[in-house]
Ligand binder design. Structure first.
Ligand SMILES: Nc1ncnc2c1ncn2[C@@H]1O[C@H](COP(=O)(O)OP(=O)(O)O)[C@@H](O)[C@H]1O
Ligand SMILES: [Mg+2]
Length: 367
């Protein structure tokens, strides 16, 4: 059993709060991704599990064991860093064997474990090379291999792919998923890249300012962000936000902003009608907006008038930047769209997929 539990963990560096009342249970053999902007406390959380930092308060468990007082070497975790941290004067074999030699593992077993890890990572033909004779991708594999040979219960990975070019990063992502299946270990993986988080995680934990914002399966977090921060951070291009207010009128609920008024579908109104009269932020993902002329029948009260600002063809689709009431927003449209800069257009919002946030608390009204 190697679940990892943070129980109200806080970490201060002097006055700086790196992690605040952090609660999280990582399941046994889960691939959990912690994602958040730079400075949000991700590395601190990992280093606390590894024992490289000491918690200011709260408890950390690995398996059923409270580890706050356990030395790093006795925690049965292995960490992979962004910097790889390979020994430059040692060849690949010795880099892989080194953690085992430190633990006085026999030569025969070391040899077998190094070969098995090298095989898993397809670096068997590189064992005699020095790190400087390897590409970035190969070095990154060696760093992973050095964690794998230790056969830990928990892998801690701190942005291990961020030094790779975009193409290699995507390929290595797929390999990591396969690797996780073979290792049958718990992985806590840290990244600032929301796309990486979406593709890798069984669940993702979104952090900001040292606090957990939301925890859940990637699709759930994407579809039902719990607050404005998560809504804006997950998804690319980002969700569009419009300042608005929520109004009740003639038994119906409307979202009114500068130059638009959309109807909350009756099926969804019940969940939010107690917030009528409040200042809200309307959130609409770029893929949930359409040109009215392309839609067979738009429900009444679902469109807004806008001017096309920039058209960005991506090949398979087009990002269109529009403005309405002084606000810029993005729509993700079919590659066939013939919208041109300066054109006036009616855009339909999929009101069944729109989000509403309280402007003060920034929490989703649909929770
Ligand atoms: N050793 C340290 N001394 C002082 N402040 C630190 C130290 N380590 C991290 N911090 C601060 O704690 C916060 C969280 O840092 P970190 O966990 O590295 O964030 P992330 O990995 O999400 O970028 C930041 O404000 C950072 O400056
Ligand atoms: Mg970090």
């Amino acid at each position: 059993m190697a679940r990892v539990i943070f129980d109200r963990v806080s970490k201060y560096f002097g006055d700086i709060v790196a992690l605040r009342d952090f609660d999280l249970e990582v399941h046994d053999r889960e691939f959990l991704v912690m994602v958040g902007p730079s400075g949000s406390g991700k590395s601190t959380a990992l280093r606390l599990v590894a024992g490289l930092e000491e918690a200011t308060s709260g408890r950390i468990f690995i398996g059923d064991r409270l580890v706050n007082e356990v030395a790093p070497k006795d925690r049965d975790v292995a960490m992979v860093f962004q910097s790889y941290a390979l020994y430059p004067h040692m060849n690949v074999y010795d880099n892989l064997a080194h953690p085992l030699q430190l633990r006085r593992v026999s030569r025969a077993e070391t040899d077998e474990r190094v070969k098995r890890a090298a095989d898993m990572l397809s670096i068997g033909d590189l064992l005699a090379r020095k790190p400087r004779e390897l590409s970035g991708g190969q070095r990154q594999r060696v760093a992973l291999g050095r964690a794998i040979v230790r056969d830990p219960e928990v892998f801690l990975m701190d942005e291990p792919l961020s030094n790779l070019d975009a193409k290699l990063r995507v390929r290595t992502r797929a390999e990591l998923i396969r690797l996780h299946e073979r290792l049958r270990a718990t992985i806590i993986y840290v990244t600032h890249d929301q796309q990486e988080a979406m593709t890798l995680g069984d669940r993702i934990a979104v952090l900001n300012n040292g606090a957990l914002q939301q925890l859940g399966a990637p699709q759930i977090v994407y579809d039902r962000p719990s607050n404005l921060f998560v809504a804006g951070f997950i998804g690319s291009p980002s969700m569009n936000f419009f300042d608005a207010s929520l109004l009740a009128r003639d038994e119906a609920l409307f979202v009114r902003g500068t130059g638009f008024e959309v109807l909350v579908p009756p099926e969804r109104a019940r969940a939010v009608d107690r917030h009528a009269g409040r200042d809200v932020v309307l959130g609409v993902r770029p893929e949930h907006m359409y040109e009215q002329s392309e839609v067979e029948s738009a429900p009444p009260g679902s469109s807004l008038r806008a001017v096309v600002d920039v058209v960005e063809p991506m090949g398979n689709e087009v990002f269109v930047y529009l403005s309405t009431g002084g606000q810029i927003f993005t729509a993700r449209l079919n590659a066939e769209t013939d919208l041109r800069r300066g054109q006036k257009v009616n855009m339909v919002i999929d009101t069944y997929k729109m989000h509403l946030f309280d402007r003060d608390t920034e929490r989703s009204l649909f929770l």
